[in-house]
Design a protein around this ligand. Structure first.
Ligand code: GLU
Length: 533
């Protein structure tokens, strides 16, 4: 019987062969990291830190830039992520194909030059309107970015979901929602309006966001309260520091009449907890809006929400899953200003936008996406961001109700065990017919059997014998596959080799079959002797 350790070793051997391009019995470190990057696992991933430190140490001390098989096996044993990644077992197994499609969607959306940058404060009015960035992070931490992904911009309203989560974590759903509702307002984000109970409609509009600010760590001093928010953003972004734009903060404070009016209106209705300091609460809110980061880091924050509150890169639990569930529900119904209903209908995913052109999109249990492009439509949403989301959902089955529609032309890039098995059979047969040994090694590492057969009973050995793929035939023989399986027309690989005039393969198969039957009769004799004794 094959043990798990043997299976592990076989998989490790196959992966090693796959990466040993030059067949030198060693892997170049550079190639190793390139291959990981193709699956979306990048070198600045905190889960790669230890491994990278070891590599740097080795190349400094021994000037060594390659990995032996023993070292490779040790790496796989130590770091489960690497094995999962190389054997294409991450949540988006074919990350390369996926990002190719995303790239097309990005460049199509980039053509859209509609809309205008927000101009209520000079700091936003002066931003280069042409900038566009998209970053993706899956719940397995596979990442990919396009455009101005490292340029910082202020969070503005995209800080609102996180402040709401902080209030929920601290005070619980009941207390928080005794101060803020959870209905879309049907009005503009800064409308001077409260619900029938005199409370802000929801935490995703200005009044509700100020309310969340009044609830966070309210017994503490304002500096520590801001530190708390900063720290949570850092943790959400996988340990990357966020920055603060003081000019944005000062401008927000200077042009805050409407927000002050809203706050006074709420105070008149006794909406705030008692002893709330209004000015302090508003300043805290403006400070949160003035936090800056880039899509590269913010996609990790979005992925943390997609991953029910656990950061996929650090494994840290930032929020409880129930907190995230509440937050995503409100992002879905209220996150996109006056376009929220339309967005929920068309895109079917929770999102939050901000007047800086920021857009955080969450695909639960799959990935977080951070988008930024400063031109806004008349409702205040990033024009390219919305177009990107529309195209994305037209192309991939990401709308939350796509599962209801069976027969769709949309692509589903998620891993699906059963479907995958069938397609793997086809892949290994295809690889054998094309002489693609590397692909065979990779599929073997994934656990695909080389004895597998398609609906017609055709095995990789049949196909390799037909197509004259001598290397593949040799390799399959060395792996002791069945040498004479019959397809539905009763043909064996040897019959195929003869039929297609592949003499070398014919000879190889005949020798192997002879050797096998000799071994068999020897074993039989040996067993008989044992019986006689
Ligand atoms: N700082 C802005 C305000 O409170 C936030 C606007 C937004 O992004 O929705 O007016």
């Amino acid at each position: 019987m094959i043990t798990t350790t043997q299976l592990d070793n076989n998989a490790a051997d196959s992966l090693f062969r796959m990466l040993d391009y030059a067949r030198k019995n060693s892997i170049e470190s550079e190639k190793f990291f390139e291959q990981l990057a193709r699956t979306g696992i990048l070198s600045d991933d905190p889960r790669m830190k230890e491994l990278l430190n070891n590599f740097t140490l080795q190349s400094q001390t021994r000037k060594k830039n390659s990995i032996t098989q023993t070292e490779f096996n040790a790496i796989l044993k130590q770091n489960a992520l690497i094995k999962k990644s190389l054997s294409k077992n991450l949540v988006i197994p074919d990350f390369e194909s996926f990002i190719k499609e995303v790239e097309k969607i990005f460049y199509e959306s980039k053509k859209n030059e509609g809309g205008n940058v927000a101009d209520y404060i000079p700091q936003l009015a002066r931003v280069n309107p042409d900038q566009f960035a998209v970053s993706i992070c899956t719940i397995d931490g596979q990442r990919f970015s396009l455009g101005d992904a490292s340029t910082h911009f202020c969070l503005q309203s995209s800080c609102k979901p996180i402040n709401y989560c902080l209030a929920l974590e601290e005070l619980g759903e009941k207390k928080v929602h005794s101060h803020v509702g959870r209905e879309p307002s049907g009005q503009s984000f800064n409308e001077l309006a409260l619900n029938a109970k005199g409370l802000p409609h929801n935490p995703m509009i200005n009044a509700g966001a100020m309310m969340s600010c009044s609830l966070i760590d309210r017994e503490n001093n304002i500096a520590d309260r801001f530190d708390k928010v900063n720290k949570i953003w850092k943790a959400l972004c996988g340990g990357k520091e966020v920055s603060f734009n003081n000019s944005v903060y000062l401008s927000e404070r200077q042009t805050a009449d409407r927000n002050f009016a809203l706050a006074y209106f709420m105070r008149e209705k006794n909406a705030f907890p008692s002893k709330t300091n209004l000015t302090e609460t508003l300043e805290f809110y403006f400070q949160c809006c003035s936090i800056e980061s880039c899509t590269y880091d913010l996609s990790v924050a979005a992925a943390t929400l997609a991953n029910a509150g656990t950061n996929p890169l650090t494994g840290d639990v930032i929020f409880q899953s129930s907190t995230v569930q509440n937050c995503l529900s409100l992002m879905l119904s209220c996150g996109m200003y006056d376009f929220s209903g339309e967005f929920a209908f068309k895109i079917g995913l929770p999102a939050k936008s901000g007047v800086s052109g920021a857009l955080m999109l969450v695909i639960p249990n799959l990935m977080g996406i951070s988008i930024w492009s400063p031109r806004l439509d008349e409702l205040g949403n990033t024009v390219r961001g919305v177009e990107f989301c529309e195209r994305l959902v037209e192309h991939f089955s990401f709308h939350q109700y796509d599962t209801l529609i069976g027969n769709t032309a949309k692509i589903n890039p998620r891993r699906k065990e059963n479907e995958l098995k069938v397609s793997k059979v086809m892949e290994v047969i295809y690889a054998a017919s094309h002489g693609d040994l590397d692909e065979i090694f990779r599929l073997e590492a994934e656990g695909v059997s080389l004895n597998t057969a398609d609906y017609d009973g055709r095995t990789p050995l049949h196909l390799a014998a037909c197509e004259g793929q001598t290397d593949v035939v040799e390799y399959l023989i060395s792996k002791q596959v069945y040498l004479s399986p019959k397809d539905r027309w009763s043909n064996t690989p040897l019959d195929d080799a003869i039929k297609f005039g592949n003499k070398e393969i014919k000879a190889l198969l005949e020798t192997a079959i002879k050797k096998q039957s000799k071994n068999k009769s020897e074993t039989r004799e040996h067993n008989n002797q044992n019986v006689l004794v």
